[in-house]
Design a protein around this ligand. Structure first.
Ligand SMILES: Cc1cc2nc3c(=O)[nH]c(=O)nc-3n(C[C@H](O)[C@H](O)[C@H](O)COP(=O)(O)O)c2cc1C
Length: 363
């Protein structure tokens, strides 16, 4: 039996282990951190409406995404520089989620290269997250490398035209430790990219002019399904679909970009309503337990991703810590499903949740 019973236990332990500027980088959000707070708090406002006397003797977590089965509707969101947490880094994180049959999204600004990750976690389904670069040829080269290495989808993050106002990182002057490198970008030096280690420096290489025409060009040029990460409105969801994207990750970047935007779970319903199930709608933000995953699935998410939860596990005990985090959340999801009367993911319907305001409106 693990000494950790919840992701909160891992978070508390991780915070005692991390050097203070790294702890700040992981835990903080942008501005006043209103959205960071909302991401978690909004889940509490979404009540679960359990059904009883249904046969829940066998619970199945299987689902499908892009017509291919996943064993668990939970994956790891892209987060940069995972070797800062633990030497196991991206490879340990990816192997851990792979052992549960979930999906790993690799960040552009990883401390492991695309090619190394493919070698180190061959049995994990992997998607590549792209930050569009301003220097010509870099994005195209990264996409080609991900295709060649067997990554199954391309996730374009669109909520970082510029870096959010992260006061904690600015105060701490957070930089990538000298012993590590942005491994994906080292190879791109030959394409004229200047590699930097400070956060705002890294983001200054991104293409703030990136737009829907660029998305269309990428959709046309890659054989991978394109997913847009960082959408919070029905308007942009329509545009993603109209421009040929096959999926959306509803996300506010873990509260790290524009402060004051809604929690991802609050934005999810309008996006599901806008595009239905014609493309895959997924979400991340504030997920730390099985009841959160259940609520997101009920509101129509096909997959749910964790960012910080996996980083806390990685910090405490490398790959094994992430495996334990997944064991905990998976068990919580199974228990939640049983207690709510859902034997399969398909049973988790929108009617199984209700915003708290719905309980007070008639008073
Ligand atoms: C330390 C850290 C680094 C991140 N780096 C990236 C990144 O490189 N690319 C990206 O698209 N999102 C990045 N994100 C955002 C995550 O993909 C995800 O949207 C967010 O963490 C979800 O919220 P949660 O941490 O509450 O689960 C990062 C988040 C954190 C906490």
């Amino acid at each position: 039996m693990s000494e950790y019973n919840s992701v909160a236990d891992y978070e508390a332990k991780a915070k005692t282990l991390l050097e203070s500027s790294v702890k700040g980088f992981y835990q903080s959000g942008a501005g006043d951190e209103q959205t960071l707070y909302l991401n978690k708090q909004a889940f509490q406002r979404l009540r679960i409406r359990p059904r009883v006397l249904r046969d829940v003797s066998k619970i199945s977590l299987k689902n499908s995404i892009f017509s291919k089965q996943v064993d668990l509707p939970l994956g790891i969101a892209p987060s940069g520089m995972q070797k800062v947490a633990h030497d196991d880094g991206e490879s340990g994180n990816a192997r851990a989620v792979g052992s549960f049959g979930g999906i790993y999204i690799m960040s552009t600004v990883a401390t492991t290269s695309i090619e190394e990750l493919a070698q180190n976690a061959p049995n994990t389904r992997k998607w590549f997250q792209l930050y569009p670069y301003a220097t010509k040829g870099i994005s195209e080269s990264l996409i080609k490398r991900a295709e060649n290495a067997g990554f199954e989808a391309l996730v374009i993050t669109v909520d970082v035209p510029v870096l959010g106002l992260r006061r904690t990182d600015a105060k701490n002057k957070f930089v990538l430790p000298k012993t590590l490198q942005l491994a994906n970008l080292v190879k791109e030096k030959t394409n004229g990219l200047e590699i930097m280690d400070g956060l705002s420096n890294i983001a200054s290489n991104f293409n703030a002019g990136f737009n829907w025409e660029d998305v269309r060009r990428i959709v046309r040029s890659t054989k991978l399904p394109v997913i847009i990460k960082g959408i919070l409105t029905a308007e942009d969801a329509f545009l993603a679909k109209a421009n040929g994207c096959r999926g959306i990750i509803v996300s506010n970047h873990g509260g790290r970009q524009l402060d004051g935007v809604p929690a991802a779970i609050e934005a999810l319903p309008e996006i599901v309503e806008a595009v239905g199930h014609s493309i895959e709608v997924m979400m991340d933000g504030g997920v730390s337990q099985g009841t959160d995953v259940f609520r997101a699935l009920a509101l129509g998410a096909k997959m749910v991703f964790v960012g910080r939860a996996s980083l806390w596990g990685l910090t405490v005990n490398g790959q094994k810590g992430v495996e334990d985090v997944f064991r905990i959340i998976k068990n919580e999801l199974e228990v939640t499903m049983a207690l709510a009367g859902c034997a399969s993911i398909g049973d988790i319907r929108p009617s199984m949740v209700k915003w708290d305001s719905g309980y007070y409106s008639k008073l």
